[in-house]
Each structure stands twice: as structure tokens, then as C-alpha cells.
Design a protein around this ligand. Structure first.
Ligand SMILES: [Cu+2]
Length: 450
């Protein structure tokens, strides 16, 4: 829509070939692009000495802005291979360059622009900044050639292929002798829904971070590191610990490490998360995980144990960081279990029919309540925030849904009555269509085969 507007308003021949679409009606971006377009047309990006026939072979223009340690856009698409005029603007106050994978390099001084003609082959091109550390900090991108009109589907397929479902199985108890946990803050591109990726902030590269499974009384030594290649300060806050906020939970800068030691004084399902400022953005970007503290004597044996973390995503531009402003409002783009919308709808969790299933459930938020429900089952045991419904209770009471405000956790148990599918949802149903749907598949999943 904005591309059309640009073409019809400015009637600038050089702009008609812009292939990347601007998906959000962002007025500021539009104004910047309009100004850039006017500036480009005024200073004749294509050298005026070029003949009409030379210009005729130019398939289009591509504009790339250099922001603080990133390119915008970082993913460009053209509909055919060929020669393109590439205009690069350095909007920052420090020098940068852009080196394309065919060897062409543009050095762009602060506040300046540089242009080149670029031959883009069928296989596309990559680009990055050659200054030390800049690529690792996020200065890289790709130009791809999508000759058919099925970009979105193909992109979705590729991205889907690029993520493997988060394994919901609960890891074994940590051996008695070993309670050293290594958490590494990683800022990286992750899939949040089919065909949608965001520059997330993670512990150990995954959202949620690793499930930490200990017993009451255990001492746990968390070794938190923030690699020098990161851009931001990060931290960790364990709700299962009793420590001073301004000691263990303080932020560390890129290149730093710290030790955070705590003793598991209370059993339950606990949240851990990054509390660095603004904590809302760090949690909304994926920095959270689950701690399971079992009673010292352990929990009764069951047939299957799974860990499930509900959370929300407020997406920014494709491939960019999440949107803090949207996160401050009550309208998430996705509500997900274990980091990717609908992943267990696409990859059901398999259990045996008639088997006892235990789920450790955490609502990481950051904002929305969960009403966790497994369709077709009744919870025989619920241990929520220190309150227990036991299967042997007088009166034989059961539970249908567990209400979890942000940061609350529960242990639930249920049995699948027959072969078939048992959807897991938050019964706040406005979120089911946003990705808070998974399937438990009992037996072969087909009740008719019983
Ligand atoms: Cu963080």
C-alpha cells in the first residue's frame, strides 16, 4: 500500500522498482522514506552520465538504512535477478560499511549515503558490516529472489523448517553433586509463529530458557554470562530464591559474568526471568524460564511429565526486536506455549491412553492471565502456588482449569480416558486463536480404533 502511495505521489521512476514492501503504516517511517526518496531523486543516485539504455537494464532500487548496529530492512526481496541500484544511508553517528557477498563494498560515513549498482543473482546475496564485532552485534542481512507470488508461503515453510519444537519433557533431577547451571544471555533470531521471526533475547538460545529441576534444600549455583557480542545488559531473577534484589539480580553488561547462588527453600513451580530495564521488554522478548522444586521426598511416580510455559509476543517488524509499546497494551499478537504459537497443534505431545500425566505449568506473561485447561480431562491433583488439591480428598473434588496470573505456576495431573486428541488451551478463549492451542494425542489419536 505504501509502495503504491510512493509511486503515485512522487512519480519517481527510480522508486518504482522498490521491491521490499513496507508492511506497517508507520507514519514516521513513511516520512523518512519520502524525504530519502526526494533527496535521492534530487542528487541523482544513478550517475547522470549513464545513458538511457544503461538505466533501462536497472531492475529497481533498493534502499537500506544503517541504524544502531543493524540494517533496516535486514531482509529484502526482489522478484527477479538482475541489476539494482542500491542506496545505503548511515543514520548513526559512527562509521559503518556494507559488504555484499559478491565482494562489493560501500563505506558509509556517519550521516552520509553511498550508492552502487549491484548484480543480484538467482541465489540472492548476503550483506554485513566488516568492522570488528558489528556483524555479531546484528549488522547483517539478505537479499532474496522470489520469482513467484508465493513469497509468504515459501518464507513460512522455510522458517517452520528452521525451528524444531521445544521439547516439553521435564529434564531429570539434577544429580545431587551437580547443581551448577550455566545461563548465557543470547540475543538471536527465533521463530515465534509460522513464518514470523523476531530478534529475541533468550537464555541459552531458546524460549523459554532451560527448565531447572531441583529438590527442596538443594543449593543451586547459577553462572550467568552476557557475551561481548550482545548489545544489551541482562540479568536474572529467580522467584525460587530469597536474596537481595540489588545483589544477585543486578544487571551485567556485554562481556561480563556473575554467580547467583540460592537454596531451594520452597517446593513448587517458579519463574525466572531477566529483570533488566525495562523488564517488560526483556520478558516480552523471551527471557524467562521455569524452575521446578520437588519436595525432598519427591512426587508420586507418574507415566509422563511435561513442562509448559505460557507467554505472549508483541511483534515488531519481521526479523526485528519485539514492540515494547504494544507490550504495554493488552493486545498481544501471539499467546504461546513454550515459545512458538501452535507448535504442539502442529506437533502433538504423545501420551499413552489411561496413563497418568503430570504437567508443570507456568504463566510467564508478561501481562495476561491464563486459565489453563485440557479439554476432555479433569485435574485430579492441582498444586498451585503452595495450595494443594489432592486426589484423595474427602468429597472427591476435582478441578477443570487453573488460573495463573503472570509469574504464577502450578503442578497438575490428569488421565486421558481413551485414545484421541485432548486440546490444551487457556480458557481465556480470545487467545486460543492467537496460538495458545496445543494437542495431547493419546494412543493413536483416533477414538474409533478403541
Ligand atoms: Cu535481558
Amino acid at each position: 500500500m505504501n509502495t503504491l502511495l510512493l509511486s503515485s505521489t512522487i512519480k519517481n521512476k527510480q522508486l518504482q522498482g522498490i521491491q521490499h514492501s513496507i508492511t506497517k503504516a508507520n507514519r514516521y517511517t513513511l516520512v523518512v522514506i519520502l524525504l530519502l526518496a526526494i533527496a535521492l531523486s534530487a542528487c541523482q543516485v544513478i550517475p547522470s552520465s549513464e545513458s538511457e539504455s544503461d538505466q533501462a537494464v536497472i531492475s529497481g532500487d533498493l534502499n537500506i538504512n544503517i541504524l544502531a548496529m543493524s540494517y533496516s530492512p535486514s531482509k529484502l526481496e526482489v522478484v527477479k535477478p538482475g541489476r539494482y541500484a542500491v542506496n545505503v544511508s548511515n543514520t548513526t553517528t559512527i562509521p559503518h560499511d556494507i559488504v555484499f557477498s559478491n565482494g562489493i563494498k560501500l563505506v558509509v560515513a556517519p550521516g552520509q549515503q553511498a550508492s552502487t549498482l549491484l548484480d543480484i543473482p538467482d541465489s540472492g546475496l548476503g550483506y554485513s558490516c566488516s568492522l570488528p564485532g558489528h556483524k555479531d552485534a546484528g549488522m547483517f542481512g539478505t537479499i532474496t529472489v522470489n520469482s513467484e507470488g508465493h513469497h509468504a508461503e515459501r518464507k513460512a515453510t522455510e522458517l517452520l523448517a528452521n525451528y524444531s519444537p521445544y521439547d516439553p519433557k521435564v529434564p531429570a533431577l539434577l544429580p545431587f553433586e551437580t547443581r551448577d547451571i550455566y545461563l548465557r544471555a543470547e540475543e538471536k533470531l527465533n521463530t515465534v509463529a509460522k513464518g514470523v521471526s523476531q530478534q529475541l533475547w533468550t537464555y541459552n538460545g531458546k524460549v523459554p530458557g532451560p527448565v531447572i529441576h531441583v529438590r527442596l534444600g538443594d543449593m543451586v549455583r547459577i553462572h550467568l554470562s552476557n557475551p561481548a557480542s550482545n548489545k544489551l545488559a541482562h540479568s536474572v531473577d529467580f522467584h525460587s530464591s530469597q536474596v537481595a534484589w540489588n545483589d544477585e539480580m543486578t544487571s551485567i553488561n556485554p562481556g561480563e559474568e556473575k554467580l547467583y547462588q540460592w537454596r531451594a527453600d520452597y517446593a513448587g513451580v517458579w519463574m525466572y526471568h531477566c529483570g533488566s530495564n525495562p523488564a517488560l521488554h526483556h520478558i516480552a522478548s523471551g527471557m524467562y524460564g521455569m524452575v521446578i522444586v520437588e519436595p525432598r521426598e519427591g512426587l508420586p511416580k507418574v507415566d509422563h511429565e511435561f513442562a509448559l510455559v505460557q507467554s505472549e509476543f508483541y511483534v515488531g517488524q519481521e526479523g526485528h526486536t519485539t514492540d515494547l509499546h504494544k507490550a504495554s497494551l493488552h493486545d498481544p499478537d501471539y499467546v504461546v506455549f513454550n515459545g512458538v504459537a501452535n507448535q504442539y497443534k502442529d506437533h502433538p505431545i504423545e501420551v499413552g491412553t489411561g496413563k497418568k500425566v503430570r504437567m508443570y505449568v507456568l504463566n510467564a506473561g508478561p501481562n495476561e492471565d491464563s486459565s489453563f485447561h485440557v479439554v476432555g480431562t479433569i485435574f485430579s491433583r492441582v498444586i498451585k502456588e503452595g495450595i494443594e488439591l489432592t486426589p484423595e480428598n474427602k468429597g472427591h473434588y476435582g478441578a477443570q482449569a487453573v488460573d495463573l496470573a503472570p509469574a504464577q505456576g502450578a503442578i497438575i495431573e490428569f488421565t486421558t480416558a481413551e485414545d484421541g486428541l485432548y486440546p490444551m488451551v487457556t480458557h481465556a478463549f480470545n487467545f486460543v486463536g492467537k496460538g495458545a492451542l496445543g494437542l495431547i494425542k493419546a494412543g493413536d489419536g483416533d477414538p474409533k480404533n478403541d
